[in-house]
Design a protein around this ligand. Structure first.
Ligand code: SF4
Length: 145
């Protein structure tokens, strides 16, 4: 990664990764992935100034589709390790990404604790209402019926 001088504003191309996306055509992950890159540039953040934390799942496969410092952790555990990263260095903005399965099933205890503790991190929920990566089993947010 290029270490750009702080005087230069970040550009969308700074977040470009050569790793190809493998999401299905029309997947909502493309929109979130693009919006996050635009938001980081608008916030004047270079890739080396932000910590991006990914849970396991279809969205988590985006962890190498964007440039920057990224963690790709265990299923349902993104909030604890994102909070840990934040507590280790409060100056670094931390964004965590999780799917509905990881966040509202395996990781529900961490979500509740994270909300109660109000860690100063940003959490982005990728809610596709099922376990997409493992071919569509119901998650806690799958509508009844
Ligand atoms: S299974 Fe669903 S969430 Fe996963 S890549 Fe395909 S459309 Fe996206």
């Amino acid at each position: 990664m290029n270490i750009a001088p702080q005087t230069r504003r970040p550009a969308l191309s700074d977040y470009y990764s050569e790793t190809k996306c493998i999401w299905c055509d029309g997947c909502g992950n493309y929109g979130i992935w693009t919006a996050v890159k635009y938001a980081l540039v608008e916030l004047n953040l270079h890739p080396w100034q932000v910590c991006l934390c990914y849970d396991v799942g279809c969205h988590g496969n985006g962890s190498d589709k964007i440039e920057g410092y990224r963690f790709h952790g265990l299923h349902g555990r993104v909030i604890p390790f994102a909070a840990g990263a934040k507590l280790a260095n409060m100056k670094v903005p931390v964004i965590a990404f999780g799917g509905d399965g990881a966040t509202f099933s395996e990781g529900i205890g961490h979500l509740v604790h994270g909300v109660r503790s109000n860690y100063p991190i940003t959490f982005v929920l990728h809610n596709n209402t099922n376990y997409g990566l493992t071919t569509g089993q119901a998650s806690s947010l799958t509508p009844q019926g």
